[in-house]
Design a protein around this ligand. Structure first.
Ligand SMILES: [Cu+2]
Length: 368
């Protein structure tokens, strides 16, 4: 089955549908006749002869893994451009963007295109920081780490030397009775959680930020990145059975609603973030660098679903307003909708251009 075996070598499609409809449609050929071949083979963008190859983390060489981690650290050492005191580096520009736009980009139709675009911008920053331009943003295939509970803790993705470090230390409490001072992130309990403390191991041990928790963008105290791994949650929401089911969903509307809210997307977030962890934070989850591997796999899943059926390639729908799946408050996303990443606020009616003005011509993530 192609979803697991294909290398997902493709950014060709990246901006092909919703993200930059006018600029890219000219380069877009007829949708592919069938199957899950890669973009070059199906003629999505015939101008892309050397697609960047996104690989599963454990398919990278050890040197490549270290190089990727070095590129993330490089971003953490570069000045940020977001006009917020709490942003102290380039890595945090992306975190700030995700916080400010969280309620415009989750449980809405634009969820997938928004994150595809953000991921692409992050990927370009990695290249600026020395990451191999032949390689794209690596992904974490959740299905490789769910057979037994211990698989998650032993995953090369969470290696303390050549991965993103392990779990946080144990902190008690539950959804209704959290430990003093702890913020519960998901809307329900996560009984299989195993940690909750600050990230203590690996290349990002003791990582902190002023941004978050949740929608905080003020420069108050620093918070640590927390992990609260929940192996059963990962298995139940993002395991092979859920992926197989998701691939059968008939249209973008059902794909988006199911995988964004119920299965694949929350699975990867809760599997690492549990009850207290950063990854379960709807706003500030990109504080944990492993966010980008999770979302790269989610983007790969979307691509796999898109290329399964010619009718899927340009299929787009879903609410314009947070969780408005019955379209009571606003309409549906279309291929002509604008997608942008920046610090402007969709909810105040800012369009992409105003977002640029809003951040004084220094949009955190510029449309190109
Ligand atoms: Cu997100």
């Amino acid at each position: 089955m192609g979803f697991f075996n294909s290398s997902f070598g493709v950014l060709a499609l990246l901006l092909a549908t919703v993200v930059l409809p006018n600029a890219s449609r000219a380069a877009v050929a007829t949708p592919p006749p069938s199957g899950d071949a890669d973009a070059a083979a199906v003629g999505i963008d015939s101008t892309c002869t050397k697609p960047h190859v996104r690989k599963e983390w454990r398919r990278l060489t050890i040197d490549e893994r270290k190089s990727y981690i070095g590129a993330v650290k490089c971003m953490m050492g570069k000045p940020g451009v977001a006009p917020l005191d709490a942003v102290t580096n380039r890595f945090e520009d992306f975190l700030a963007t995700h916080i400010v736009q969280a309620l415009d980009s989750h449980f809405v139709g634009v969820f997938y295109p928004y994150h595809r675009f953000l991921l692409s911008r992050y990927e370009q920053e990695l290249w600026e920081c020395g990451w191999d331009r032949g390689l794209g943003q690596p992904f974490w295939d959740w299905t490789l780490d769910v057979e037994r509970d211990e698989d998650l803790f032993k995953s090369p993705v969470f290696d303390t030397d050549t991965g993103f470090g392990g779990n946080g230390g144990w902190i008690g409490g539950n959804f209704t009775h959290p430990a003093p001072g702890m913020i519960v992130q998901p809307p329900q309990d996560v009984p299989d959680r195993t940690g909750g403390g600050c990230l203590q191991t690996g290349p990002f041990a003791d990582l902190t930020t002023f941004l978050g928790p949740q929608n905080n963008t003020d420069k108050k105290g620093r918070n640590c990145v927390r992990r609260d791994m929940a192996p059963a949650s990962l298995r139940n929401m993002s395991g092979p059975a859920r992926v197989a089911e998701a691939m059968q969903l008939p249209n973008y509307g059902s794909w988006e609603r199911t995988t964004d809210g119920v299965s694949l997307h929350p699975g990867g977030h809760w599997g690492v973030g549990g009850l207290y962890g950063s990854m379960t934070d709807l706003w500030a989850s990109p504080a944990d660098p492993v966010f980008w591997l999770h979302h790269s796999n989610l983007d790969r899943a979307w691509w796999s679903w898109q290329t399964r059926d010619p009718a899927h390639i340009y299929d787009i729908s879903g609410p314009l307003v947070f969780f408005d799946y019955s379209n009571k408050m606003a309409g549906n996303l279309t291929l002509d909708s604008t997608v942008w990443n920046g610090l402007g606020d969709y909810r105040k009616g800012d369009d992409g251009r105003k977002a640029h003005a809003h951040s004084a011509g220094r949009a955190v993530l510029r449309l190109r």
